[in-house]
Design a protein around this ligand. Structure first.
Ligand code: NIG
Ligand code: FE
Length: 415
């Protein structure tokens, strides 16, 4: 029945709807969950009468804190193999782009993924999802983009679908066929763009294998004009749109995100002031993932304080992928964001929960602990929010509640 009561909560930290960076704090309370959804937050356990208790499973939070489950709104978790050798090459002085030009980068992942069957890909991806849950991520975006043929992109999206059906974590599928121009089209860009627009997008939308379409707008990848054509086609087929923009150069991708009323524009290390204003004007979420700059040793980070001061809404995500950020942990990304983006603990929590939900267009259902929302929440061994970014690389998640049930991911550690 998924009905339970979490008693003896020291502090409950709940992001305020429509108020970026503001957190409601309720001390000494209990959360009542009915049929997998948040029913009530009551002042303390004495208010819960004994009869109600009989019908509910009870969890004692032992004075620890409760926060919403993390919503990681930008990730590439389906891939065939690690790229740790490229990480070594970057640390020895090569740039991400130089490695890509030498056959590494996205093309390396494409080659390996094409060689795998759907079942093999399912098997290597399965364990990763459990790791996300252990670090408190209850909803995870999952992009395609390492197949770059109709069949290989569908293979990735089918793996996402199967994982979603099997596992507790919720996966939100995004089509990223415009991640790179595959080698077989290197002298025929137009041929690949036409394949995306005329075959891949219609088929994937028709089979409901993705809810959104993404593109990598960047020097050496896709131009703004190509992005406009591809994403307009995606919208015509009922997909939401989002953009990898302004990551390595200031390239106009975020202005396009505003023009197309995208859900989010993502990365934004080199975003222009005009693009910030355009995005705010269109309510496009600023999806930041400083783990990528950190991991590839780039000196520049997105101008988060400027965005916040202008009134922008920020989401924080891992960008989990084998090339530019091999990290499951949103709390670790919060640490990096505190140091490099100068974001406060309250803003960090908001961005990693409700901000992520908004970046996925799912804020009605997840991201905070409002009545009727999914009961996705974490019992964390903290007294203050500031302990989350402060505890670098540590996992302070003690229990994960997903859809009103205790998730199994941490059970073996408890025994
Ligand atoms: O978000 N920027 C483009 N895509 C990924 C990297 C993908 C890869 O290197 O495999 C990113 O950083
Ligand atoms: Fe990415």
């Amino acid at each position: 029945m998924n009905s339970l009561i979490i008693n003896n909560i020291g502090k409950l930290f709940n992001p305020k709807e429509n108020s970026f960076g503001k957190i409601d704090i309720i001390e000494n309370c209990s959360v009542i969950i009915k049929n997998g959804k948040i029913d009530e937050i009551v002042g303390n356990e004495i208010e819960i009468n004994a009869i109600r208790l009989e019908n509910y499973e009870v969890i004692d939070a032992e004075g620890m804190s409760v926060i919403p489950g993390f919503v990681d709104s930008h990730a590439h978790p389906i891939f065939a193999a690690l790229r740790d050798k490229e990480f070594e090459m970057m640390n020895a002085g090569m740039s991400y782009i130089d490695i890509a030009k030498a056959g590494g980068g996205i093309k390396n992942s494409v080659k390996k993924l094409r060689a795998m069957t759907e079942n093999e890909l399912y098997k290597v991806s399965l364990g990763r999802m459990k790791e996300f849950l252990k670090f408190g991520t209850t909803t995870l975006e999952a992009k395609s983009g390492y197949g770059l043929t109709l069949n290989d992109e569908i293979k990735m999206l089918k793996v996402i679908k199967r994982l979603n059906e099997t596992l507790e974590i919720d996966l939100i599928p995004t089509f990223l066929g415009a991640h790179d121009i595959p080698d077989e089209f290197k002298d025929d860009r137009e041929g690949y763009i036409s394949l995306l627009i005329n075959e891949m997008i219609p088929k994937i939308a028709e089979e409901k294998l993705a809810v959104a379409c993404d593109i990598f707008i960047e020097k050496n990848y896709f131009t703004v004009e190509e992005g406009r054509r591809i994403l307009t086609a995606a919208k015509e087929h009922g997909l939401e749109v989002k953009i990898h923009a302004d990551q390595l150069t200031c390239n106009g991708g975020s202005e396009l995100a505003a023009e197309l009323s995208a859900l989010s524009s993502d990365h934004l290390e080199y975003i222009s002031d005009k693009a910030i204003d355009d995005m705010i004007g269109k309510n496009v979420v600023f999806n930041l993932m400083p783990g990528a700059s950190f991991f590839i040793g780039m000196p520049d980070y997105p101008p988060a304080r400027k965005i916040i001061e202008k009134g922008g809404i920020i989401a924080l995500s891992t960008d989990f992928n084998p090339g530019t950020c091999y990290c499951y942990s949103l709390p670790f990304i919060m640490t990096i964001s505190a140091i490099y983006l100068h974001i406060t603990a309250e803003e960090l929590l908001w961005a990693a929960t409700l901000g992520g939900a908004k970046a996925l267009g799912l804020e009605k259902y997840i991201g905070s602990l409002g009545k009727g929302k999914k009961a996705d929440l974490l019992i964390m061994d903290i007294k203050e929010l500031s302990e989350i970014p402060y505890s670098m690389g540590m996992n302070l998640v003690r229990k994960v509640i997903k859809n009103g049930k205790i998730a199994e991911c941490l059970c073996s550690a408890e025994k």
